[in-house]
Design a binder for this molecule. Structure first.
Ligand SMILES: Nc1ncnc2c1ncn2[C@@H]1O[C@H](COP(=O)(O)OP(=O)(O)OP(=O)(O)O)[C@@H](O)[C@H]1O
Length: 632
């Protein structure tokens, strides 16, 4: 359904909206409706179910907030204390943001009882956010009973739990309207069962609205949620070839993996922007690079330090910290440039109006997420730029892959001939006043503290695992991936042993003996943690390992002697010894990993990786996967 130009004045909306709603949108500075609002509000305020696909930042939130409020204003016999509508979002940040949009409109709700009577609207309208972790179930329940909100906004798990309580279920008899924001995400495999559970608990007779910027299979979604005859509203960019808003330009930059971090810093210094979001693959990589970038900033000139500020957000942080970070990032005016380093927890729906640049360190594993990440800029007709860094080699094919999905990307170098990307080190020392080459600064920083080395390895291993999960497997191939280049980008001093390293070319491996990527090798036994407790634990562990190794050597010697004496081989004994050896090795690796188990989700992944190694070693008669690295 398309909307003719000129019909976007709120006064021309194709349905009756309460005067206070019209006042509210005007007071919020929304002069005209956006096309998706003009198409959706009349249908969803009426009796239609809707499936709405419109580009990022096109105002979809208001397209369901207003219909819900309008329907509630019309529901004269709706019993107070009951649930009228529910909005579900995939992340807590997004649910909180949607609740804020409701509140921003409800600020203008008439308080005068006379006016309320004249308009025939309820005494007040309240919303409640059900997102967990900020409040307990009991607190949510108490708030619900006391405040009597008609609208609940929350995340799937928490809402499912909340409405499963018999006290709430009784209060959904007159339920009217259910909205799934980022519906494609909510109906994917991770949330679908919970959403179905919620839908099953609600009365059959209700309006449903599904909203997203990426709805690839509306039929599938409609079937999953059991909607009857919904209207499909698709609002694309005026350039029909493009699934992104027309004010958003998407560029790609092909880069050698070794140069990735340098390239990023070059972009940050040479591009004019106020706020940028940089996407990293995993929580642990955000932690690691955030610490590294703060250190780099510390090494830069005072001028640079006063101009840049880094923030970080990922799903393993407490919700309170995440919300605070988003607020601080949005509000930061102390420095010219604010940089938010994030995982995909901040990919969908997040609306920070001043973000004018998005950088993706790597393409996301799910191609739909690409548009959502880019769409954090170029919102509401504002100009924005998104850049994705592609590894030289095979990843250039991603351009064609995305073109089929109606995402057209321009070559960054063609679009920005003024940005010199040739002399990266020189540019960096000039722009940031670094006294040394960036990789040297990083190397020294890592060698100062073993925990940074651990973190670098965990980030890298997490990245390889992430890479293996790409849906476009023909492009993102583990077999052809530049493991060494990427290890350098991650500032690794030594390549960790992992199953995937078997794909590395032998000749290349020769160059990096025992996996060392730095010129001056170090004795890992003497590589210290700055943290005293951690260091004491490491020394203790080292002592035990050395003792064990000595015993092992002794046993070996004895065996040799015995063999020489008896001059016969006992096949069973050697098999048993091998088994015992493997068991001890596995226990040692697992113990080491358990000792390192910190706050990040990737730890489990790493444990899996090492189990893989143990398994593959068992299988591989010829011994180690490669070299004699100490790994983690
Ligand atoms: N009618 C309007 N006029 C001007 N700005 C608007 C209007 N409606 C909404 N906006 C603003 O547009 C921005 C984007 O809106 P919103 O977050 O609803 O986009 P969206 O379509 O849901 O995006 P996404 O797909 O990324 O979630 C918000 O800052 C909002 O305040």
């Amino acid at each position: 359904m398309s909307q003719k130009k000129g019909n976007l004045l709120w006064s021309k909306v194709n349905c009756d909206l309460s005067p206070w709603i019209l006042d509210a949108v005007a007071a919020e500075g929304f002069e005209n409706m956006t096309p998706v609002q003009a198409s959706t509000i009349p249908l969803f305020s009426g009796n239609k179910d809707v499936v709405v696909e419109a580009v990022t930042g096109s105002g979809k939130t208001i397209s369901f907030v207003i219909p819900i409020l309008q329907r509630l204003c019309r529901a004269t016999d709706f019993k107070r204390g009951h649930v009228f509508a529910m909005v579900i979002a995939p992340t807590r940040e997004l649910a909180i943001q949607i609740n804020n949009v409701f509140e921003s409109i409800l600020k203008y709700y008439p308080e005068d009882e006379e006016i309320q009577k004249q308009m025939g609207i309820p005494k007040d309208i309240k919303t409640q956010q059900i997102v967990g972790s900020l409040t307990s179930f009991q607190e949510d329940m108490q708030t619900f009973m006391e405040e009597k909100p008609q609208i609940l906004v929350g995340t799937p798990g928490k809402l499912a739990e909340f409405i499963s309580s018999s006290a709430i279920i009784k209060k959904t008899k007159d339920f009217d309207c259910l909205v799934l924001d980022e519906a494609d995400r909510l109906l994917d495999i991770s949330f679908e069962a919970t959403i179905r559970e919620i839908v099953r608990k609600l009365p059959r007779q209700k309006r449903i609205g599904l909203f997203s910027a990426t709805i690839s299979s509306a039929g599938d979604m409609i079937f999953k949620i059991g909607m009857a005859n919904p209207v499909k509203i698709a609002v694309k960019s005026s350039n029909t070839m493009n699934a992104a808003p027309k004010t958003l330009s998407i560029n790609y930059l092909v880069v050698k993996p070794d140069d990735k971090i340098k390239m990023l810093f070059n972009l940050l210094s040479s591009l004019d922007f106020k706020k940028t979001i940089i996407y990293f693959p995993t929580c642990v990589s955000v932690n690691y690079f955030y610490a590294m970038f703060c250190h780099l900033l510390h090494q830069a000139s005072e001028k640079t330090q006063s101009e840049l500020k880094f923030f970080s957000i990922h799903g393993k942080l407490q919700l309170k910290a995440r919300v605070k970070t988003l607020e601080n990032f949005a509000a930061n005016a102390k420095t010219d440039k604010s940089i938010l380093m994030a995982t995909d927890v901040a990919a969908r729906g997040i609306d920070i109006p001043d973000v004018d640049l998005v950088i993706q360190m790597d393409p996301p594993t799910d191609p739909d997420v690409f548009l959502h990440r880019c769409g954090r800029t170029g919102r509401a007709n504002k100009v924005g730029k998104a850049i994705v860094l592609l590894n030289e080699g095979r990843e250039e094919d991603y351009l064609e892959f995305m073109r089929v999905k109606k995402v057209d990307m321009g070559n960054f170098s063609d679009m920005h001939p003024e940005v010199d990307l040739s002399k990266l080190d020189l540019n960096l020392s000039m722009a940031y006043g670094f006294k040394n080459r960036l990789d040297k600064i990083v190397e020294r920083w890592i060698l100062e503290d073993r925990s940074r080395y651990d973190l670098s390895v965990r980030s890298y291993v997490g990245f390889v695992r992430y890479y293996s999960k790409h849906s476009a497997l023909s492009i993102f191939r583990l077999e052809t991936f530049d493991y060494i280049g990427m290890a350098k980008a991650y500032g690794l001093i030594r390549l960790p042993r992992m199953p995937e390293t078997k794909y590395i070319d032998d000749a290349k491996l020769e160059e990096f003996k025992d996996g060392w990527l730095i010129k001056k090798q170090i004795n890992l036994d003497e590589f210290k943690y700055l943290n005293e407790q951690k260091e004491a634990a490491r020394l203790e562990e080292l002592k035990n390992t050395t003792k064990k190794e000595q015993e092992k050597l002794k046993r070996k010697e004895m065996k040799k002697l015995n063999e020489a004496w008896s001059n016969k081989t006992n096949a069973r004994e050697s098999r048993d010894t091998r088994r015992e050896k493997m068991k001890r090795k596995r226990e040692a690796i697992e113990k080491e990993i358990a000792a390192q188990k910190g706050s990040d989700d990737s730890d489990e992944d790493i444990q899996e990786d090492w189990k893989d190694i143990v398994r593959s070693k068992k299988k591989k008669k010829q011994g180690a996967v490669m070299g004699n690295f100490d790994g983690l």
